[in-house]
Design a binder for this molecule. Sequence first.
Ligand code: FMN
Ligand code: SF4
Length: 301
Amino acid sequence: MPQAVTTVIDPERCNGCGRCIRVCPSQTLSLVGGKAVVTGDSSLNCGHCQAVCPEGAVRVGSLDPEQTSFATFELDETWLPHGGYDLPGLVRLMASRRSCRNFRREPVPREMLADLVKIGLSAPSGTNSQRWSFTVLPSREKVLELAQGVGRVMAEFNRMSEKAWLRKLMRLVGKPQLDEYFHEYHDSVSRGLAEWEEKGIDRLMHGAAAAIMIGSRPGASTPKEDALLAAGHMLLAAHAMGLGTCLIGFAVAVMDQKPEVGRAFGVGPDEKIHAVISLGWPKEEYVRLTGRRAPALRWCD
Ligand SMILES: Cc1cc2nc3c(=O)[nH]c(=O)nc-3n(C[C@H](O)[C@H](O)[C@H](O)COP(=O)(O)O)c2cc1C
Ligand code: SF4
């Protein structure tokens, strides 16, 4: 979706070097009379021009400086050059982040949750649409409400999938999902629901003290990808903050089928949830990194 131009250039400061024009992906700027000026009628509003200008002559009005101001740490806002970061440290952080399924009950301070959302915003988004939505459940009580909403739907799925005639009928009309659900999930969901009822064990959200749902609003060109990229940034940052996280695909799948589960938390009728992150203070500590399975990898020389 084309966005209106919000770039303003201070001609007094501009030295005419042309860098902002070279990095602009939407051909919004041109050099006129030795100065950068806005000549295009749309912009990605990505801020590359502002980031590259050596004179501080560019300001992209739609960018909100508040979103790079954090409550729990101070950010050095100078740009880190390519190759300018501690690669082994970064890879160690990435490999140390593991899904946490055992949380302590202490609440996560609100400022940490707010900072995590801001960190998610540094992710790329298709055509820079940034049409994310973040729904923060800051307390165990709210996480439980979500777990109960999701649990009710899963119990309903289970009951439906137990009807062999219905599974067969759905298959015949080209909808094999119910049958697939039955074979893949019915038994584990059934066990999970029973453990919840009988012992209060939370197999869905793993006892998390908070959760963040990441959705998209209309106008995103790649809604799911944007949400999952933001989630990826947040998972790594959460580990650096001392928090454990786990993506909860079951909750996403339920809200895909029954959006009203999300609506109970204010998710708008035109929004869609793509990621649910359960988070909190981890109970378990690990001692080493492990590898992954070898991927399908090909080199096309
Ligand atoms: C899209 C997605 C959905 C997931 N859903 C769940 C889930 O519902 N419950 C859960 O315990 N883990 C879930 N996980 C976590 C994966 O099981 C986990 O990432 C994987 O086993 C690798 O382990 P690691 O995250 O500790 O490295 C999900 C992961 C992804 C990427
Ligand atoms: S990068 Fe800055 S100084 Fe260079 S042309 Fe653009 S506005 Fe002018």
